[in-house]
Write a protein that binds this ligand. Structure first.
Ligand SMILES: NC(=O)c1ccc[n+]([C@@H]2O[C@H](COP(=O)([O-])OP(=O)(O)OC[C@H]3O[C@@H](n4cnc5c(N)ncnc54)[C@H](OP(=O)(O)O)[C@@H]3O)[C@@H](O)[C@H]2O)c1
Length: 291
């Protein structure tokens, strides 16, 4: 069977790099990665030219404007990348009959719930970044049916800037740290999300049938940022003291959800996924960082 071509946009981001690593082990897939310098996702001309040239069977969009706090002041830029970008990708994927996998966020929800959010719970974004991501989801859903959107949360990996890397650095620099204990969610190791994306991509290229639309993916388990920080320091054998603090002691320009647990039953059932617990994946990531 001829190899299928998969194009990853935003390949230099923390998720993009893990998706590229994961797909490289697929014999029947030719993986190509691209970033902003070669294809700005908001440019119809650039996206069309790249899809024309590469003719991918699948496009995995890991590109986004991800600076949550800056988005409150850079509204135009955040909206352009997170709303127009997905719209352009959906339009052009439709033109070339390319299956589109797009990534979204738990910040589309209000964070005021008391049970894990399911995919069709009403959305009410908690901040401007969440609003732009919700508009991106809507743009794809209105434009192109052959697409799936995976909402994730609290993403980290060995690459880029993220909470785990910041905590590891602070754990070595400081004697004490205050970390928020009244916001709960589920950490997500980008390597595990990349494995899920690999499973979905492999099933698509094998011609298997599955529902399009929205899915939720995080690691298993629920914790607060304080629990997460404590586990990071314990796993790395750092002696720093981690103290719990309320959200009111750590004001940020963008509001954060208090409760942002996502229900993952749909993705687990549809793609027969076994998702690791966040503590196991954290240990794996810290091992890789310490190598
Ligand atoms: N990080 C989290 O905690 C989190 C949580 C939930 C959901 N998500 C979602 O998960 C996805 C991946 O996030 P991530 O943390 O891997 O992001 P990331 O590390 O910030 O990577 C984003 C990538 O997108 C590229 N990019 C930005 N604007 C672009 C444009 N106009 N055209 C093409 N590429 C562009 C960036 O390039 P430059 O570096 O050159 O700008 C970067 O390579 C995003 O959709 C994000 O919204 C993230």
């Amino acid at each position: 069977m001829p190899k299928k071509t998969v194009l990853i946009s935003g390949v230099n981001g923390q998720l993009g790099q893990k998706v590229k690593q994961a797909l490289k082990s697929c014999d029947n897939i030719n993986v190509l990665g691209i970033d902003m310098d070669q294809m700005d996702i908001v440019s119809r001309r650039q996206v069309e030219a790249k899809l024309q040239e590469i003719q991918p069977d699948v496009l995995i969009n890991c590109s986004a404007y991800t600076a949550v706090d800056n988005a409150e002041n850079e509204k135009e830029m955040a909206l352009k990348v997170n709303q127009k970008g997905p719209l352009v990708l959906a339009e052009k994927c439709k033109m070339f009959n390319t299956f589109l996998i797009h990534i979204s966020t738990d910040y589309v929800f209000s964070g005021e719930g008391f049970r894990p959010y399911i995919e069709n719970d009403p959305i009410r974004p908690v901040n401007f970044y969440g609003e732009t991501k919700a508009l991106g989801e809507e743009s794809i859903q209105k434009t192109y049916e052959n697409a799936i959107i995976i909402r994730t949360a609290w993403l980290y990996s060995e690459f880029g800037k993220n909470f785990v890397k910041t905590m590891l650095r602070l754990g070595k620099e400081r004697k004490q740290l205050g970390v928020i204990d009244d916001q709960v969610g589920s950490p997500t190791y980008a390597g595990d999300l990349a494995d899920a994306i690999k499973t979905i991509t492999s099933q698509y290229v094998a011609g298997e049938d599955f529902s399009r639309g929205i899915y939720h993916f995080t690691n298993e388990g629920v914790c607060s940022w304080f629990d997460f920080a404590l586990k990071i320091q314990q796993t790395a054998n750092n002696r720093v003291k981690v103290n719990p603090i309320p959200t009111s002691d750590y004001p940020t320009p963008a509001k954060r959800p208090y409760y942002s647990v996502l229900d993952k039953r749909k993705i687990k059932n549809q793609f027969h996924l076994a998702i690791p617990h966040w503590e196991d994946s954290l240990a794996k990531c810290i091992d890789l960082l310490e190598e």
